[in-house]
Design a protein around this ligand. Structure first.
Ligand SMILES: C[S@@+](CC[C@H](N)C(=O)[O-])C[C@H]1O[C@@H](n2cnc3c(N)ncnc32)[C@H](O)[C@@H]1O
Length: 220
């Protein structure tokens, strides 16, 4: 079974990606105007509340593949937005025959729309989206985590990862979007997960300009 080929899922994903693509110019304008206003990091998500900012289609398929390849049951997501990545993850869980994605979204209206989209895809039985700051809402995901997606802003990735590290099962996969090394310098998040003393084996993969793929093998 491949739920990505299910018309309810495929048609919805096609529409959501198209709507997100159509926002690119508006996003550039908003980011430029926010550069002048310089809102603090806590206010930033609320200024961007109308924008999808989703994973790419390729990243989405990669998330689905990873859920299937690992037989994941328990998936956690930092940054659900309107639920695009959540749909790919939940589709994989449905096809695995078990499991739940615990999503998180700090903007209430976005979380509500994500729930509506998951229901429209027929995948709401595999999803719980928690509204609020993920540093609090993800503190207890319930059970061991097989896959963690970090997509809520790289400035908080280490906080969320360290919050969830005690909950990672050995072999758990952590996928972090928007991690791009600058020249010879690794991104600070990448430097940390690539340090063997921290218990991960990690590589950059070529998806949407930089995605870090890490596997938890446990502290040495
Ligand atoms: C890049 S978007 C996520 C896109 C989503 N994964 C998708 O593929 O559709 C980042 C989202 O993280 C949310 N966010 C930012 N900081 C957060 C926090 N501390 N807790 C929960 N969500 C947060 C933002 O509101 C935004 O919707």
């Amino acid at each position: 079974m491949n739920s990505l080929a299910d018309p309810r899922v495929a048609d919805l994903l096609a529409r959501l990606h198209d709507e997100a693509d159509a926002q690119r110019r508006l996003i550039r304008d908003r980011v430029a105007s926010l550069a002048d206003e310089a809102p603090g990091p806590e206010a930033w998500p609320h200024h961007m509340k109308d924008f999808y900012l989703p994973v790419s289609r390729e990243q989405g398929r990669f998330l689905y593949q990873t859920v299937r390849a690992t037989g994941a049951r328990q998936v956690v997501e930092f940054g659900s937005s309107f639920g695009v990545s959540t749909i790919y993850l939940a589709a994989g869980l449905r096809d695995n025959g078990h499991g739940v994605v615990t999503g998180s979204e700090v903007v209430g209206e976005k979380a509500e729309t994500a729930r509506t989209n998951l229901a429209a895809a027929g995948l709401d039985g595999h999803v719980e989206i928690r509204t609020g700051d993920a540093r609090t809402t993800l503190a207890d995901p319930g059970g061991l985590v097989d896959l963690l997606l970090l997509d809520g802003g790289p400035g908080l990735y280490l906080d969320i990862l360290q919050l969830l590290m005690p909950r990672l099962r050995v072999g758990a996969v952590v996928i972090a979007d928007n991690i791009t090394d600058s020249g010879a310098e690794p991104h600070p998040y990448a430097r940390w997960v690539r340090d063997p003393d921290n218990g991960f084996v990690s590589n950059s993969i070529t998806l949407k300009g930089g995605t870090e793929y890490s596997v938890w093998i446990g502290l040495p």
